[in-house]
Design a protein around this ligand. Structure first.
Ligand SMILES: Nc1nc2c(ncn2[C@@H]2O[C@H](COP(=O)(O)OP(=O)(O)OP(=O)(O)O)[C@@H](O)[C@H]2O)c(=O)[nH]1
Ligand SMILES: [Mg+2]
Length: 403
C-alpha cells in the first residue's frame, strides 16, 4: 500500500507535577520543604529518513503521543523528563497544520479520549487516498469524463504549511512538551518556610496535521497510460514496475535509479498514466502529479505508434494541458519529449507529422521495449538535469545578490 497523504494527531508529553513534601529524618525532624520538580514532557519530533518511501507507518499509527514528564518526588528528587517521540518520515514530507488544530495546550491527561482525532480521514477531496491501495487494480479508476467535479489541486490548501523535510536526518519539533512544575522547595522564603503548594506541570502542545509526501526525484516521467513509461524505467534502471498492455497498470509512483559508468546517479519517477480530464478526476485523477513537482526535468513520453487510437500530437497537447491545470509552473520545467514504440511500422510516419508541429522542445525517438535509444535517453536526461541544477543555482544566487 502506498500512502502519500495522511492526517495525524500529535500531542507532546505533559510536564510532571511539582511535589509537595517535607523532609523528615531522624537527625532532621523538621528538614523543611523538599518537593522535587516535575520532569519536562517529551517532544514529538519528525525526522526525514531516506530509507522510507511512503507514509504507511503514520497511516497505521496516526496518533503520535510523546511521554509525560515524571512527577517530582520527596527528598528533593526531580522527576525524569518524558522521552521525546521521534517519528521517521520519508524525505520530501511536507507538514500542514490543519485549521482545527489548536496552537498549544491540552488541558490534561484525562481529556485523552475527548482529544482523539476525528476518525482517520485520508484526503479532503472526494477520492480517498486509498485509491492506490490494494493489489486489485483500483476500482476507482474513473474513465467517464463527467463523473466528478473538479477537485482542488491542493485539497489541504486551507492548512498552513509549517515545514518541508527534504534532507535525510532533518528534524522538526512538531509539538513541544510541557515544562515540569516546580516542587514546593522552590517556594520557601524566610517568611514562608513551609510552602504547602507546588506547580502543576504544563500541558504538552497538541494538534492535527496533514503529512503530504512529494517524492524528490531528478526526472519525472509523464505520459498517457500504455505509453511505455514503466517499460522505459525498466530499461534504464533496476526498478521493475509492472508492465502490461492495458491502461493504468502503474497505480503508484515508482522510483528507479539510473546509474552511469562514472558513478553518477539519477532518480527517475514513473507516475501513473495521465489522461484527458484528469483534473476532473478522470482516470486516477492528477493528484499523483505532486510527485513530479520537485523533479528537475520532465519527460513527456508519447506512444508514437498510436496503439490506443489517439494521435501523438493530441496526446502531447493534452498532457501539457493537464500539467498546467494541475500547476502552471510545471510547464516552466525543462522538458524532453520522447517518442516511444518507434519499432512499430506506423510510428515513422506519425513522427514525421509530429516533428512538423513541434519545433523548440527536444525530441527523442526510442523503442523502450527493445532498448533502442535508451542509451541516448540516459545521456540526454543527465545533461538536462545538470543544466537545470546550474540554472537553479544561478537563479538563486541572482536572487540573493539582489536582496
Ligand atoms: N511495440 C512496442 N511496445 C512497447 C514499447 N514500450 C512499451 N510497449 C508496450 O506497451 C504496453 C504498455 O507499457 P507500460 O510500460 O506498461 O506502459 P505505461 O506507460 O507504464 O502504462 P501505465 O502504467 O498503464 O500508465 C506494454 O504492452 C509494453 O510491452 C515499445 O517500445 N514498442
Ligand atoms: Mg506503468
Amino acid at each position: 500500500m502506498f500512502i502519500d497523504e495522511v492526517k495525524i494527531f500529535a500531542r507532546a508529553g505533559h510536564g510532571g507535577k511539582g511535589c509537595i513534601a517535607f523532609l523528615r529524618e531522624t537527625s532532621r525532624p523538621k528538614g523543611g520543604p523538599a518537593g522535587g520538580n516535575g520532569g519536562h514532557g517529551g517532544d514529538v519530533i519528525l525526522q526525514a529518513d531516506h530509507d522510507l518511501n511512503n507514509l504507511i507507518a503514520q497511516y497505521y499509527q496516526p496518533r503520535l503521543i510523546a511521554e509525560k514528564g515524571e512527577n517530582g518526588m520527596g527528598k528533593g528528587m526531580d522527576g525524569h523528563a518524558g522521552k521525546d517521540l521521534l517519528v521517521k518520515v520519508p524525505c520530501g514530507t511536507l507538514v500542514w497544520r490543519l485549521p482545527s488544530s489548536k496552537s498549544g495546550d491540552a488541558s490534561d491527561a484525562e481529556t485523552d479520549e475527548k482529544l482523539m482525532p476525528a476518525p482517520l480521514k485520508l484526503s479532503t477531496g472526494k477520492r480517498p487516498i486509498l485509491r492506490y491501495a490494494g493489489s486489485e487494480r483500483a476500482m476507482e479508476i474513473n474513465l467517464e469524463a463527467e463523473a466528478a467535479e473538479p477537485t482542488a489541486v491542493h485539497t489541504h490548501e486551507k492548512g498552513e504549511l509549517i515545514t518541508d523535510l527534504t534532507n535525510h536526518g532533518q528534524q522538526f519539533v512538531l509539538r513541544k512538551g510541557g515544562r515540569g512544575g516546580l516542587g514546593n522547595r522552590n517556594f520557601a522564603t524566610a517568611a514562608r518556610q513551609a510552602p504547602r503548594f507546588a506547580q502543576p506541570g504544563e500541558p504538552g502542545e497538541e494538534g492535527e496535521f496533514l503529512l503530504e509526501l512529494r517524492i524528490i526525484a531528478d526526472v519525472g516521467l509523464v505520459g498517457y497510460p500504455n505509453a511505455g513509461k514503466s517499460t522505459l524505467l525498466t530499461a534504464i534502471s533496476k526498478a521493475r514496475p509492472k508492465i502490461a498492455p492495458y491502461p493504468f497498470t502503474t497505480l503508484t509512483p515508482q522510483i528507479g535509479i539510473v546509474e552511469y559508468p562514472d558513478w553518477h546517479r539519477l532518480t527517475v519517477c514513473d507516475v501513473p498514466g495521465l489522461i484527458e480530464g484528469a483534473h476532473k478526476n478522470v482516470g486516477l485523477g492528477h493528484s499523483f502529479l505532486r510527485h513530479i513537482e520537485r523533479c528537475k526535468i520532465l519527460v513527456l513520453l508519447l506512444d508514437m505508434a498510436a496503439t490506443d487510437g489517439r494521435q501523438p500530437w493530441d496526446d502531447y497537447q493534452q498532457l501539457l494541458n493537464e500539467l498546467s491545470l494541475y500547476d502552471p509552473t510545471l510547464l516552466d520545467k525543462p522538458r524532453l519529449v520522447v517518442a516511444n514504440k518507434m519499432d512499430e511500422p506506423v510510428a515513422e510516419e506519425n513522427l514525421k507529422k509530429f516533428k512538423r508541429r513541434i519545433r523548440k522542445t527536444p525530441l527523442l525517438p526510442i523503442a523502450a521495449a527493445f532498448d533502442e535509444g535508451t542509451g541516448k535517453f540516459k545521456k540526454l536526461i543527465r545533461e538536462a538535469v545538470v543544466e537545470a541544477v546550474e540554472v537553479e543555482l544561478a537563479t538563486k544566487e541572482h536572487k540573493e545578490h539582489r536582496s
